[in-house]
Design a protein around this ligand. Sequence first.
Ligand code: CDP
Ligand code: MG
Length: 136
Amino acid sequence: MSNNEQTLSIIKPDAVERNLENEIKDMFKKKGFLIVKEKKIQIEKSEAEKFYKVHETKPFYSDLCDYLSSGPIVVMVLEKENAVLSNRELMGATNPKDAREGTIRKKYGISIDKNSVHGSDSTENAKIEIDFFFND
Ligand code: CDP
Ligand code: MG
């Protein structure tokens, strides 16, 4: 039986700006993810603030929201068995310096803030985040 799950992935401005969209999508596809929905958009800071509300008390919150709204991003729904965990593994640690070989952040991340990708951290948040961007 298949145990397909969905997760939300974002290719962040630093990666879109460096034309890494296709390379990163290839990494998802090679790991067996299906990209079931995708769109390239630019969001307002106010939308970034809603999306990252969980981090509103953190010192990096304002910079993070400025950053996510600073340029085009690619938002995707990825589908696979255990998609949430599998995507977190493929992304690597938040700080690219700590990310393992073979992960997206190791390969493409520049710094802890410009770390190229976002991925949902639980199945519950995946549903909320997918609904946030694809509420049709
Ligand atoms: O993205 P991830 O779930 O791995 O990390 P997070 O703890 O949920 O933080 C969200 C985002 O905030 C990270 O991806 C970083 O881009 C940013 N961040 C930062 O700029 N400085 C920190 N000290 C921690 C996180
Ligand atoms: Mg997170």
